[in-house]
Design a protein around this ligand. Structure first.
Ligand SMILES: NC(=O)c1ccc[n+]([C@@H]2O[C@H](COP(=O)([O-])OP(=O)(O)OC[C@H]3O[C@@H](n4cnc5c(N)ncnc54)[C@H](OP(=O)(O)O)[C@@H]3O)[C@@H](O)[C@H]2O)c1
Length: 210
């Protein structure tokens, strides 16, 4: 797949590593192209482009900025009509221990509202950057799940394939409205990792009897 990553921070770097490792072609863009270059540099299959040139023929755009920067960052790419946008953001308070919105909306829904032509799929928001960087395999054959939620079935299938391609287990979490549940799950995960001192090699999952 051709994939554009917006944001060259912790998550952006993890996506570049994992996606290029399995042969995806990745374009990284950021406010500071030197940061994008630092993230893309070492990986075959990764290149850097200014925001206005970063979209090309990308099938998927991964939004890897903070939530507050999300809409302007996406708007800087040009028209997203018909493009799949993977929203990984969590609308965190400054101390990372709370959410700035929820109950009757979510970051994903607000982004979708601001970009009406884009096919927004929530995914990866419950995967810590350190887990993304290390990869999906945990002890005892456990594989980290990636919950994904969206309203466009074709877009969801593409995101599912992307998740599978890098070895994570995709879990269909329903429509985009269910981002209202996924974002608080990430909040709890952050609490466990940092607040409760469990560290960052953890991931939320679901168990099922039989
Ligand atoms: N870290 C995690 O474990 C984790 C896990 C799941 C989800 N998330 C979510 O993933 C997102 C990214 O997290 P992160 O930890 O990677 O954050 P980060 O390290 O702060 O990276 C965010 C990046 O976005 C860039 N950016 C800001 N505005 C931009 C714009 N207009 N155009 C292009 N790039 C822009 C920033 O650039 P500057 O350096 O120039 O500001 C920065 O490089 C957040 O929404 C977070 O909630 C994070």
């Amino acid at each position: 797949m051709n994939i554009t990553i917006v944001g060259a921070g912790n998550m952006g770097a993890g996506f570049v590593k994992q996606l290029t490792a399995v042969g995806h072609k990745v374009t990284v863009t950021a406010r500071d192209l030197a940061k994008a270059q630092a993230v893309a540099g070492a990986h075959t299959g990764a290149s850097v482009a200014a925001p206005a040139e970063a979209l090309g023929d990308a099938q998927v755009v991964i939004l890897a900025t903070g939530y507050a920067d999300a809409v302007p960052a996406l708007q800087g790419l040009g028209s997203l009509e018909g493009r799949i946008v993977v929203d990984i953001t969590n609308p965190l308070t400054a101390d990372y221990m709370g959410l700035t919105l929820g109950f009757d909306t979510s970051a994903a829904e607000e982004i979708a509202k601001a970009l009406p032509g884009a096919l927004v799929v929530k995914a990866f928001n419950t995967v810590l950057a350190q887990v993304l960087a290390e990869g999906p395999a945990f002890a005892d054959g456990q594989i980290v799940p990636v919950f994904y939620a969206g309203d466009d079935e074709r877009a969801k299938q593409t995101v599912r394939a992307l998740v599978e391609s890098i070895g994570f287990t995709p879990v269909d979490a329903g429509g985009l409205k269910n981002a209202r549940y996924l974002e608080p799950v990430a909040g709890l995960n952050i609490y466990f990792a940092y607040g409760a001192g469990q560290g960052t090699q953890i991931a939320p999952t679901w168990i099922r009897r039989a």
